[in-house]
Write a protein that binds this ligand. Structure first.
Ligand code: HEM
Length: 421
């Protein structure tokens, strides 16, 4: 990805594709303005497990809401709000699986490893895992993250103000993952439109990906599609085979869907947390190493995706409820991350608190595959802003930004000003 390439995104389209209030995010409650955390506390205290779905339980009602575990109108639904229950369910794959267990009518691929359990899940996950380990982070940073960050800052610096939410946080993860697939900057927004279409845009995505897969099969390069094109998997009968085109497509689709929007929103949340807590902004400016605990605290305090779900594989009991086999169990990671049984003053953003495992990246066998990439992107990006934009601060002339959204949460904007050279 060249520096100039990082700048070539159509500003109108990027604004439309990266605005939680736009129709793109309606099915995930992107425009939901109510702060759900008071309700999360109440539900934990009066539960911790309730019959029903997290959204309606906190006042967001949309029968067409679409997310992991939704809509599944014909199944019983339960939601858990405390750390202990969410943590236990995420570790108990034998009782609570990620696969719905039967094909759904909606045109969406459940063949991805996000929706698999047990051996097949591990087998597929391990194919790409080496590219996502901490020791590979320099590969991600040097090849894709740093050039994109540098190019964006270079173009923004003379302006003295920006909405970092769309002008900075949105392009970085999208161009990182598209770059790692060998896709051009020009294709990036079509790709984003395809992955935010509730499964309906897969055709366009595959159209762009197919020639890249074919080219990498002929001549591997130093990128992720080449890793997938060369990967071999052992099937149930013990035979080794290279991944089929369909398997590579579904792999790539889930990496893009899981990696581009989450990091955009979490980077914005982290920036906003710093900008509205000037003590921590000054501390991180003085000592960039503090960004690590700042990022972990942002993921605990305000995880961008506050709910993930599992399907009961057998009858179970949870928090005093009988959970029939086939039920959907929603795990409110946002509420679990503010459980006072685990964290003192849980509503405070305090990066100096003792580090304890949070659920912002999930936990157990499906723990976020891209978590080190996400951390590297956020740390590289915010570190560069603090280094190169003097006196970076919330723009006092802009409308005060808010963090909104139900199943996807993030800032309305990250308006900033700095001393332009
Ligand atoms: C701050 C940004 C991110 C957040 C908050 C986040 C959050 C999560 C969470 C909570 C899960 C667990 C889902 C479950 O248990 O069902 C997950 C899984 C996953 N994430 Fe992330 N993620 C982020 C960035 C990324 C990135 C950058 C990538 C890839 C480049 C990625 C790829 C994945 C994949 C492939 C899975 C499925 C893993 C599996 O099923 O084994 N994520 N993510």
């Amino acid at each position: 990805m060249t520096r100039a390439g990082a700048l070539a995104l159509d500003p109108r389209r990027i604004r439309e594709l990266f605005d939680l209030r736009s129709s793109v995010y309606a099915s995930r409650g992107g425009g939901f303005e109510t702060d759900p955390y008071p309700a999360f506390h109440r539900l934990r205290e009066t539960g911790p497990v309730h019959a029903g779905v997290v959204g309606p339980l906190v006042g967001f009602r949309d029968p067409d809401a679409f997310f992991q575990g939704l809509p599944f109108p014909d199944r019983p639904h339960f939601s858990a709000f405390d750390f202990a229950t969410c943590d236990a369910v995420l570790h108990d794959e034998q009782t609570f699986g990620s696969s719905p267990g039967e094909p759904e009518s909606r045109e969406f691929s459940y063949s991805s490893f996000l929706f698999m359990d047990d051996e097949p899940h591990l087998r597929y996950r391990q194919l790409v895992q080496p590219s996502f380990l901490p020791r590979r982070m320099h590969w991600w940073i040097e090849r894709w993250v740093q050039p994109t960050v540098d190019g964006l800052i270079e173009s923004l610096a003379p302006n003295g103000r920006a909405d970092l939410n769309v002008e900075f946080c949105a392009p970085i993860p999208l161009l990182t993952i598209c770059g790692s697939f060998g896709m051009s900057v020009a294709q990036a927004l079509d790709i984003r439109a395809a992955v935010t279409s509730d499964g309906r845009g897969t055709g366009k995505f595959f159209e762009i990906l197919a020639p890249i897969v074919a080219a990498r099969r002929r001549q591997p390069e130093d990128d992720l599609i080449s890793v997938l094109a060369q990967a071999e998997v052992v099937d149930e009968s013990g035979r080794r085979h290279v991944l089929s085109d369909a398997e590579i497509q579904s792999f790539a689709f889930i990496l893009l869907a899981a990696g581009s929007g989450t990091t955009w929103k979490q980077m914005g949340i982290t920036l906003l947390a710093l900008l509205t807590h000037p003590k921590w902004l000054d501390a991180a400016r003085a000592d960039r190493a503090l960004l690590r605990p700042v990022i972990e605290e942002s993921l605990r305090w305000m995880p961008t995706d506050p709910m993930f779900s599992r399907f009961a594989r057998r009858d179970a009991r949870l928090g005093g409820h009988v959970i029939p086999r086939g039920s959907v169990v929603h795990l409110c990671l946002g509420a679990a991350n503010r459980d006072p049984a685990r964290w003192e003053r849980p509503d405070e953003f305090d990066p100096s608190r003792p580090l304890k495992g949070h659920l912002g990246f999930g936990t157990g066998p499906h723990v976020c595959l891209g978590m080190h990439v996400a951390r590297a992107e956020i740390q590289t990006a915010i570190g560069a802003l603090l280094e190169r934009l003097p006196n970076l601060r919330l723009d006092p002339a802009a409308e005060r930004p808010r963090i909104i959204g139900m199943y996807e949460r993030g800032p309305t904007a990250v308006p900033v000003a700095w001393e332009a050279a």
